[in-house]
Write a new protein. Structure first.
Ligand code: FAD
Length: 323
């Protein structure tokens, strides 16, 4: 799979942009907020809720961060005025984390204030290892300032993740709120697992630990062994859509499930998402939109050539992955 992915990546520079746009169209809601809102209204009928991502990441000039602060402000207004069951996902490097930490913190705080006023949760996406600790620090800092509606993403492939879960949970108690995924960035063997089974096992162990420590646990994977493991663990713990049986978890969280949810990327394994929803689980779709769809798609595929293979499979065998 990796080899095919690498071949596809090497062909990308000669792929016509219109073709890439057609492919990306499946994974991106559109180039503006209005297209994202229209799409979410349709997907709401499938019992999904959402997290909205304004496309774009690592900026080169701190001034560029202003665009994201203003656009997320529009997103928050729009969630409220359209009564969409959605929260937001931010990339800390798009808000300046790698350029000026103080400015990035103040940008994130500005978004947090408006989100809190509207009872909307804010998820900090996790980027590559350069910002793992810094991103966690932002969450702790915001919680210290009294914003309880924030959490980050942890990556099962990183060696450090179980320790991060323990440390963050000890600090935040039942306010610890995570999205757990494998991690899209192919990190080096010094800091991460690199083989498929090791990554799955580690991610599953992280899910167990989060659930046992009372954390809100958003499982973000389309991989059957991870979803099945999560379902078994939830069943062992007696947790379901109506019950959070843990005595170390928070009472209720705005717009959230009872201690857990399943998350899917827009365009990926819709049938599985619909099945989980019809079985009574809370499902959330990650909805990216914006004009930077080309850069987003190309960067994601370069970072992880397996994605190129998944996308190709979707095109040649569409029945394997319904939107
Ligand atoms: P895989 O083994 O990669 O996928 C399982 C199956 O799902 C594949 O066989 C294929 O059929 C299908 N599939 C998966 N991806 C695609 C695709 N793009 N197109 C078509 N089919 C596909 N990573 C981070 O590092 N930081 C984050 O903040 C982050 N946020 C995420 C948020 C959400 C909601 C989700 C679902 C993922 C997020 N990820 C993030 C990405 C994640 O880390 C994985 O890289 C990605 O989900 C693929 O891993 P998988 O567990 O789905 O398993």
């Amino acid at each position: 799979m990796g080899a095919i992915g690498k071949i596809i990546v090497s062909l990308m520079p000669i792929a016509p942009k219109f073709l890439v746009k057609r492919i990306a169209g499946r994974y991106v809601a559109g180039s503006n907020l209005e297209s994202a809102i229209d799409l979410m209204k349709i997907l709401s009928k499938e019992d999904a809720c959402f997290t909205i991502d304004v496309l774009g990441e690592e900026i080169n000039d701190i001034e560029e961060a202003r665009f994201f602060v203003d656009e997320y402000s529009r997103v928050l207004d729009s969630i409220v005025s359209n009564k969409i069951n959605a929260n937001i996902s931010l990339k800390p490097t798009a808000l300046g984390l790698l350029i000026d930490k103080e400015v990035a913190l103040s940008n994130i705080e500005e978004i947090m204030k408006k989100a809190s006023l509207n009872d909307i949760f804010v998820r900090l996406d996790m980027e590559d290892h350069r910002v793992t600790q810094e991103t966690i620090d932002v969450v702790l800092e915001m919680q210290k300032k009294g914003f309880q509606n924030i959490g980050t993403v942890l990556q099962g492939r990183l060696f450090r993740t179980k320790e991060d879960i323990t440390k963050i949970s000890e600090k935040l108690g039942s306010l610890a709120d995570f999205r757990i995924c494998k991690g899209i960035y192919l990190e080096s063997g010094d800091i991460s697992y690199t083989k498929y089974q090791e990554i799955v096992d580690s991610t599953n162990e992280c899910i167990d630990l989060m659930l046992e420590m009372g954390c809100y646990t958003a499982v973000a994977s389309h991989d059957i062994p991870i979803i099945n493991h999560s379902l078994e663990k939830l069943s062992d713990m007696g947790m379901d859509i109506d019950n959070d049986t843990r005595d170390n978890s928070a009472d209720s969280r705005i717009g959230k499930g009872p201690g857990y949810e399943f998350q899917f990327l827009l365009g990926v394994r819709g049938n599985l998402r619909r099945k989980l929803a019809s079985d009574g689980h809370l499902t959330r779709v990650y909805v990216p939109y914006g004009t930077k769809w080309y850069e987003y798609g190309v960067r994601r595929i370069r970072e992880n050539p397996d994605i190129a293979w998944h996308v190709t499979k979707t095109i040649i065998m569409p029945w394997t992955n319904r939107r």
